[in-house]
Design a protein. Sequence first.
Length: 263
Amino acid sequence: MSGTERGGGSTVDAVRAWRGLAETSVLLDGFHALKHALRFGARVPVALTSDKAAVLALAEDLAPDVTRPLETLLAETDEATLRALVPRLHPTSVAALAVRPSRAAQLETLARLPRTAPVVVLDEPRNLGNAGAVIRLAAGFGATGVVTTGTLDPWHPTVVRGGAGLHFATAVERVDADRLPPGPLFALDAEGEDIRALKLPDDAVLAFGSERSGLSEGLRARAEHLVSLPMRPQVSSYNLATSVGMTLFHWASTSGRPPGTGA
């Protein structure tokens, strides 16, 4: 059931549905997360707000393309009930639950060749907010997807919050380090070749190390290319999301295609 298919239910029904789905669903925290999820085809069974008129006015101002779906989808409840369901309520006073895409479907997308945009690999990341920012960048550049190795769940609520609902605009999954998507592996490393001398292929797998430890030895050893970003001497590193953004910008600027346009 898509977000536009639900309607006519009472607030009581919507709150009951929320309580039944909360443990197994993806929390969309705030207007922008819900907006992006709807735009990119997420299945959204329930959305709640304490001020439906204000949310619809915001949609009309910032994203009129989702106004009509929101009119049908949103159920209004009182502030206390909403905060009981979503303790860390977004300032826009709206939250929704979405269905997480199946792992099989995500992995199929990531493994499909030929590929028209790179896959980003976060090798044993630790910071949830950074992971969310990377997913947002990947979606913006039209990357095929983002995979993580290690223990971090890329669909953790904090990661989804940082991604602003754009998990639904690209494939996102956790994989074992020895089961990365196919394609030539380019690993970002300070000792690598300057990225400005390279043209990254569309089917590249772009690997980035963790914020504290860098690339794992296993992944570094498997990389077909080590790549470095230009950096002023005595500066130790860039933020993870900054590194990903710089690398995807380099790919996009040399690929000859606007982001998200495909082949």
